[in-house]
Design a protein around this ligand. Structure first.
Ligand code: ATP
Ligand code: MG
Length: 429
């Protein structure tokens, strides 16, 4: 036998029945996005490397050490598997001049790639669902997009998800804060770890985000960005807070909340749970008014968030939210394989009418006894068995036997009229 191959470390297969939970979540998201007038966008998984280097910033975890970048062997292009999708969306929006007739509300779902140390809630291929609103300046759309995520937790049945918000102000305000922050950190240089020392002059804001317990006293005493905000930035923040208040959405202001990517300004936020240990941030985002320009588009304001699908699914499990398994209406029991052509015609009619039905198929051992076929019908979770026996077929009929409620009850139905009785097999009928 050939050597057994396995999936790449940190990249997971998503198999049934687990995949039914993914589809359930995706369906909920699609419906919610539609109700908020967010439209689906699908961008390529591979983008040119400079898009992320310029978009995310050179001194970020992602660009410094997490990207899967490679050179196209055929033409030498520098390419990267997308580590996030905001940069790709912004590129597409600029490339297709999508804002020419006004703002756009968009959402995406799909795999992202980051070379991190795999652990619970942290993978190398993981999945994000994201919402982006481009072309709108006010705190109203910041509130809308936060309310959208909040509504999602509610519809999924999740509890104990806390919202933290902050304002990063504008670049000019950050510059003033930055000078004071560097001075403060330099005064305590002996207490900084290696990461912090390296970032002291390139990305000092990120040091505030450090989880190193030894650095907490220095970080806590650091000058707060919020104290450097001007009138307009403060008004934006107050506007957002008022709209969250009016909607009964609880939040905590976390002055140390900064985001991993350089592109954020004004509102930033995270949804956090205590139920998932260290990987407790299930959704994060903020405003990024300067990103489009940075990747070569015409300047336009924007705000968005991305949620980690694996973390949300893990939280659903943790909180024991019931997710309906894939449902099956009927299982076709076929004693004699010779009947197959006729059986399949009936099954296709039923399927076209909305019935989910699994057909019994031969294995290497043949079709199997009636008993073993019924066992499979039971195990399939179907609510009905359709028995295509010789007796039935001779009369142009099939026996419909209930396997669940009122188990054992059976009726004969005509094959020619399958379209008419199909409805009696459907749980939604
Ligand atoms: P973290 O601090 O946990 O590394 P991040 O700031 O890098 O998160 P973002 O880039 O903001 O994360 O991505 C948004 C969301 O995507 C995160 O809140 C998280 O739920 C999810 N996420 C990020 N990286 C991973 C990963 N490697 N595996 C699984 N989910 C992830
Ligand atoms: Mg990260």
């Amino acid at each position: 036998m050939a050597e057994k191959l396995s999936a790449v470390k940190g990249m997971n297969d998503i198999l049934p029945p687990e995949s039914a939970r993914w589809e359930w979540l995706e369906d909920k998201v699609r419906s919610l996005m539609a109700r908020h007038a967010y439209r689906n966008i699908r961008t390529p998984i591979v983008e040119s490397t400079p898009l992320f280097v310029r978009g995310l910033g050179e001194v970020t975890d992602i660009v410094e050490k997490e990207m899967y970048s490679f050179e196209d062997k055929l033409n030498g292009e520098h390419l990267t598997l997308r580590p996030e999708n905001t940069a790709g969306v912004v590129r597409a929006v600029a490339e297709h001049s999508m804002l020419y007739d006004g703002g756009k509300r968009l959402y995406y779902m799909g795999p992202m790639f980051r070379h991190e140390r795999p652990q619970r809630g942290r993978y190398r291929q993981f999945h994000q669902i994201g919402a982006e609103a481009l072309g709108f300046v006010g705190p109203d759309v910041d509130a809308e997009i936060i309310l959208l995520a909040h509504a999602l937790w509610k519809e999924l049945g999740l509890t104990d998800v806390r919202l933290e918000i902050n304002s990063l102000g504008q670049p000019e305000e950050r510059k003033q804060h930055r000078a004071r922050l560097i001075a403060h950190l330099e005064a305590h240089a002996d207490k900084l770890d290696e990461d912090a020392r390296r970032r002291l002059h390139s990305n000092p804001l990120r040091i505030l985000d450090s989880k190193n317990p030894a650095m907490q006293p220095v970080v806590e005493a650091a000058p707060k960005l919020i104290d450097f905000l001007g009138e307009a930035s403060l008004a934006h923040f107050e506007g957002l807070k008022a709209m969250l208040d009016a909607n009964g959405v609880a939040y905590r202001i976390n002055p140390r909340l900064v985001r991993g990517m350089d592109y954020y300004n004004l509102s930033v936020f995270e949804f956090i749970t205590e139920s998932l240990g260290a990987q407790g941030t299930i959704c994060a985002g903020g405003r990024y008014d300067y990103l489009i320009e940075q990747v070569g588009g015409k300047a336009a304001p924007a705000v968005g968030w991305a949620l980690g699908v694996e973390r949300v699914l893990e939280l659903l499990k943790e909180q024991e939210v019931a997710v309906p398994p894939a449902a099956l209406d009927a299982y076709a029991v076929v004693p004699d394989a010779a009947a197959m052509p006729q059986v399949m015609r009936t099954l296709q009619t039923l399927r076209a009418a909305g019935v989910s039905v699994q057909m019994h198929c031969a294995t290497a051992e043949g079709m199997g006894s009636m008993k073993s076929q019924f066992k499979k019908a039971d195990a399939s979770g179907a609510r009905f068995a359709l028995i295509f026996g010789a007796d039935e077929l001779a009369q142009g009929e099939v026996t419909v036997k209930s396997l669940r409620d009122g188990a054992g009850e059976q009726v004969r139905r005509g094959l020619a009229t399958a379209r008419d009785w199909a409805v009696t097999l459907q749980s939604k009928a």
